[in-house]
Design a protein around this ligand. Structure first.
Ligand SMILES: NC(=O)c1ccc[n+]([C@@H]2O[C@H](COP(=O)([O-])OP(=O)(O)OC[C@H]3O[C@@H](n4cnc5c(N)ncnc54)[C@H](OP(=O)(O)O)[C@@H]3O)[C@@H](O)[C@H]2O)c1
Length: 274
């Protein structure tokens, strides 16, 4: 729980990392740039990418969250900047890309981490407005940010990583529409792999298991509810944002140069693909 609190109180967001020389988790030099979107998990990814030597641009809808993340990561000596961006707004998406390229000179890696889930409950009870919001942010906006980034990513050979969920494979009853949106992201990865590969861009996804962040609070803040979820996780615990960050950094690195169109499950053993 202590470890979790650190991530709940630090809201980080979307970022776009630029080209730099850095090392992967096993200290082999490689060159790439990153883009990260998201909060707790996004923050961990931003930190990990920056620790690997990348220049990182973080972003989210709220300036104060962006500033908090930038302040924290800069205080750790990391090269991280931030831009406010609501991914549903085409002008703000363009501004995010423009600012990143202006700041760092290029953009090589994009991590699509921003997501929302305004409906927790029976899937048949979701409103059209809630459905639209889920699909607008998680699916449509991710695609159009990606589309805007491609002309930059293709310059040096780039990488795109979606942060999706094990719920794409095994939908959770209370988050049905969100689970469909996460399955759509995996479909998007598969649909894009040929087009992106032609532009020398690798597109992949990380399917996170149950990670203890504010996003998943409904699954762990009540003891008996948490226990029922824990019973479905062979590792017997919720995951940490850093455990998603490690694999995301690997996928974005040249160490993963032959991995295209894949979704890597990081789920503590949840049997997600039966
Ligand atoms: N936690 C889990 O158990 C879990 C499991 C599987 C997959 N995931 C996935 O992991 C990713 C990160 O989740 P998390 O647990 O770290 O949740 P989180 O803390 O709520 O992160 C979501 C982030 O997205 C940003 N965001 C939301 N809407 C946005 C928009 N329209 N434009 C720009 N930014 C927006 C939020 O920042 P602002 O509020 O400041 O905009 C926040 O930083 C999500 O894609 C989620 O689906 C999480």
């Amino acid at each position: 729980m202590g470890e979790y609190i650190a991530y709940e109180t630090i809201i980080a967001n979307r970022s776009v990392m630029r080209q730099h020389s850095f090392t992967n988790p096993i200290n082999k030099p490689y060159r790439k740039d990153y883009s990260i979107i998201g909060c707790s998990i996004g923050f961990a990814i931003a930190r990990r990418m920056a620790q690997e030597g990348a220049n990182v641009m973080v972003s989210s809808r709220k300036s104060e969250n962006v500033e908090k993340a930038v302040h924290q990561l800069q205080s750790e000596g990391l090269d991280v900047r931030g831009v406010k961006c609501h991914v549903g707004d085409p002008k703000q998406r363009t501004n995010l890309i423009t600012e990143t390229v202006k700041t760092f000179g290029q953009l090589d890696i994009l991590v699509l981490n921003a997501a929302v889930n305004p409906h927790v409950g029976e899937m048949l009870e979701i409103s059209e407005q809630q459905w639209d919001k889920i699909f607008d942010v998680n699916v449509k906006s991710s695609f159009f940010l990606l589309k805007d980034a491609v002309p930059h990513l293709e310059r040096n050979g780039g990488s795109i990583t979606f942060i999706t969920s094990v719920s794409a494979y095994v939908p959770y009853e209370l988050i049905g529409a969100y689970s469909v949106s996460k399955a759509a992201q995996i479909g998007m990865v598969k649909s894009l792999v040929v087009a992106c590969s032609k532009k020398n861009i690798r597109v992949n996804a990380v399917a996170a298991g149950l990670i203890k962040t504010s996003f998943s609070k409904v699954m762990w803040n009540n003891k008996s509810v948490a226990e029922s979820y824990l019973n479905s996780i062979p590792s017997g615990r919720f995951g940490l944002p850093e455990e998603i960050a490690t694999v995301t950094a690997f996928l974005a690195s040249d160490e993963a140069s032959y991995i295209l169109g894949e979704t890597i499950v990081v789920g503590g053993g949840i049997t997600s693909r039966f």
